[in-house]
Structure formats: structure tokens, C-alpha cells
Design a protein around this ligand. Structure first.
Ligand code: PEP
Ligand code: MN
Length: 364
């Protein structure tokens, strides 16, 4: 993917790490946006001011953004603070309006990345334009959709492309509003090593308490920066109030982040790290052996169920497996959410295999 140019230089010329994008979930009033921008500027930590102008709300009746007037406030904030500005765009009109008002960075929201028609519409509107575009991951954990959006934007000739990882929607229990599923952005980075990656801990956490942890985790996974929602008065925010922090809290958070710069020479620590990694590999191998044996037994059970004319799903048994493993796992320091997710994945695979046995697709 030669055409990806790092956006680091487009955002800040001295390649500062981490890149910090901050500002309110939504522009609400001129006063709110300007006060937030001025306070953010004072922290000296922020590179880009973000604000949603058009808000994609899951259900009607919620605040859907102030629309075009907010672009004038953003332009004013840029004039007063010198901060670059970023807004979410979801269609041709948004792109033209944002560019006409001097917005520096456009981002595609999670609900836009899922829709190839919308992404293509935006790509067409950007044809021949020289700007920076950040693409949030789709709400569903589908790497191909994310890649498809990146390719569509690149095909329009935009060179400064980056991505924002904001986590993926979930069904059921989780400690996150949108679980990060780090393996997905890691795989994206493996496929496109030059791609600038920004983490959005605000939408991942859905609260303020997890922000530092997720931000640090992102930096440790080689992300280039963070997008954190901030508001002059978070409690009064018209959208995403639970996850926004004040500019002062943002400054404190950024101050606590550690940017690790690996030393060139092989240190004791590197050797220790290698040893620990080898241990992990060994345990993973053992785990895979155990899983494979478990699946073989499950196949045998499938054969019995078929002969006896039993249904595959025996909910009582599934409850029993879950309950005993949660008790056992928790006593070993594993979290309930992890145990449920892990066991559910195993259970689904077993059911899938037993289904194939019932339907004669696997030899018994
Ligand atoms: C936002 O950034 O405020 C937003 C709506 O994010 P997402 O598209 O990630 O839900
Ligand atoms: Mn938001």
C-alpha cells in the first residue's frame, strides 16, 4: 500500500507523539465550543480540535447536531487558538460545507464506514481534494469493511489517510461501551504498516474511568495518538456526557501517558521479554492441543446425540458448563466477562461441529 502517507506531518510538523485530538462530542453553542477550545489550547497538549456538527444518533429524538452554523464557530475557534480542526462527515454536502469553512481534517464515523454507498459518495466528493481523512472502524468487527473504506478513500486520490479505532459494538456483557477487540487494529497495522492509527478511548470506554488505561494500552500497541472527547462542562453535555472530560483532566491524562522509545541495544529487559514471549507461545500451544482434544470429544457427543435423536443445544448442560467454569476461572484470577466470551466461543464452535455431524458433513 504505497499510497498511504503518514498523516503525522499533516497534523503536526515535528512528528510529536502522541498526536492528541480533543474537543466536545458535539458543538452545542458558540460559547461552549470557544471556551473548550481556548482551555484546550492552554494545556499545550492538543494538536487538533474535534467537534461533531452532524451527529448520527442511533435513535431519533436525540440531539442531532447544530449543523452548518457550528462550522462558523469552529472556524472562529481555529482563528483564536491556531488549533487545526476536525469534523465528522457523512455525505457530499457535509464534505463541501466542511471544506468551504476551512476544516483541516475530515473523519468518517463508525456508522458511515459500514456503508460502502456512503463511503463511495464521500470518496467521490473528495476527488482531487488535498486534505486529511481519518476513517473510524465500522461499528461491527469487520476488518474488510474498514479496509474497503480505506481503499475507497485512497482511490479518490487522498494521500493523507489515517484511521481511528473506536471499538466495536457488542451484544451482552462487557466492561466497555464498545469493546476494543485489539486484534482487529493490530491486524490492520500488520497489513498497512504506514497507516497512522489514532485510538478513541472515549467511545471505547463510554465512561471517564477507563480512559487512561485504554490510552496507554493504545500507545503500547504503537498507536500514533489519541482522540479524547472533552467539554468545558461535561455534566451538561448534550451528547455523550458520561465519557467527556474537562480540558484540565485531559492535560492530567496526557501527562500520565508513557511513550516508550525502545533502546537500540539488546538490553536485559529485551531478553526477559523474549523469554516471557516464548513462555506464552508454549502455553498457547498447550491450549491449542487441549482445545483440539475438547473438540474431538464434542464430536463424539455429536454422534451420540444424532443416534439418540437428541437436539444439539442442551441449555441445562450449557448453564452447568458456564457456571462451573466461571467459579473455577474466577478463583484463578480470570474475569467473568472474559470467561463468558471465551467459553461462548468454544461452545459455538462445538455446536457448529455437531451441526455438521448431524447433517453428515463431518465423518463420525
Ligand atoms: C463521535 O466521534 O462523537 C462519534 C459519533 O463517534 P462514532 O462514529 O465512533 O460513534
Ligand atoms: Mn461522541
Amino acid at each position: 500500500m504505497k499510497r498511504i502517507k503518514s498523516i503525522n506531518t499533516a497534523i503536526n510538523s515535528n512528528n510529536k507523539k502522541p498526536i492528541v485530538i480533543s474537543g466536545p462530542c458535539s458543538a452545542e453553542t458558540e460559547d461552549q465550543l470557544l471556551k473548550t477550545a481556548i482551555e484546550l489550547k492552554k494545556t499545550n497538549k492538543v494538536d487538533v480540535l474535534r467537534a461533531g456538527i452532524w451527529k448520527p444518533r442511533t435513535k431519533p429524538g436525540n440531539f442531532e447536531g447544530v449543523g452548518t452554523q457550528g462550522l462558523k464557530w469552529l472556524a472562529q475557534a481555529k482563528k483564536e487558538t491556531g488549533l487545526k480542526t476536525a469534523v465528522e462527515v457523512a455525505n457530499t454536502e457535509h464534505v463541501y460545507k466542511a471544506l468551504n469553512h476551512g476544516v483541516d481534517i475530515l473523519w468518517l464515523g463508525a456508522r458511515t464506514t459500514v456503508n460502502p454507498f456512503s463511503v463511495q459518495e464521500i470518496a467521490d466528493a473528495l476527488d482531487g481534494v488535498n486534505t486529511t481523512v481519518l476513517i473510524k472502524n465500522p461499528i461491527n468487527p469487520d476488518l474488510s469493511l474498514w479496509e474497503g473504506a480505506i481503499e475507497r478513500i485512497l482511490n479518490s486520490g487522498i494521500k493523507n489517510v489515517g484511521v481511528i479505532h473506536r471499538g466495536f459494538s457488542k451484544y451482552g456483557e462487557s466492561n466497555y461501551r464498545n469493546p476494543p477487540s485489539w486484534q482487529i487494529p493490530i491486524e490492520l497495522k500488520r497489513r498497512y504498516p504506514q497507516l497512522t492509527m489514532i485510538s478513541d478511548p472515549s467511545h471505547i470506554c463510554g465512561n471517564t474511568t477507563g480512559l487512561l488505561n485504554v490510552s496507554q494500552q493504545a500507545l503500547d500497541l504503537k498507536f500514533d495518538g489519541v482522540m479524547l472527547e472533552s467539554h468545558i462542562n461535561p455534566e451538561k453535555a448534550w451528547s455523550d456526557a458520561q465519557q467527556q472530560i474537562t480540558p484540565t483532566q485531559l492535560e492530567e491524562l496526557i501527562n500520565q501517558l508513557v511513550v516508550r522509545t525502545p533502546k537500540q541495544t539488546v538490553s536485559k529487559k529485551t531478553i526477559e521479554l523474549d523469554m516471557l514471549r516464548q513462555k506464552i507461545n508454549l502455553i498457547d500451544d498447550e491450549m491449542l492441543d487441549a482445545l483440539s482434544q475438547r473438540m474431538e470429544i464434542s464430536d463424539k457427543i455429536g454422534t451420540v446425540k444424532k443416534k439418540e435423536g437428541m437436539q444439539i443445544l442442551q441449555t441445562g448442560r450449557w448453564d452447568e458448563i458456564l457456571n462451573r467454569s466461571i467459579i473455577e476461572g474466577k478463583s484463578k484470577g480470570l474475569s467473568k466477562v472474559f470467561l463468558i466470551n471465551f467459553l461462548s466461543a468454544i461452545h459455538l464452535e462445538s455446536i457448529d461441529r455437531q451441526n455438521k455431524i448431524m447433517n453428515n458433513e463431518i465423518n463420525e
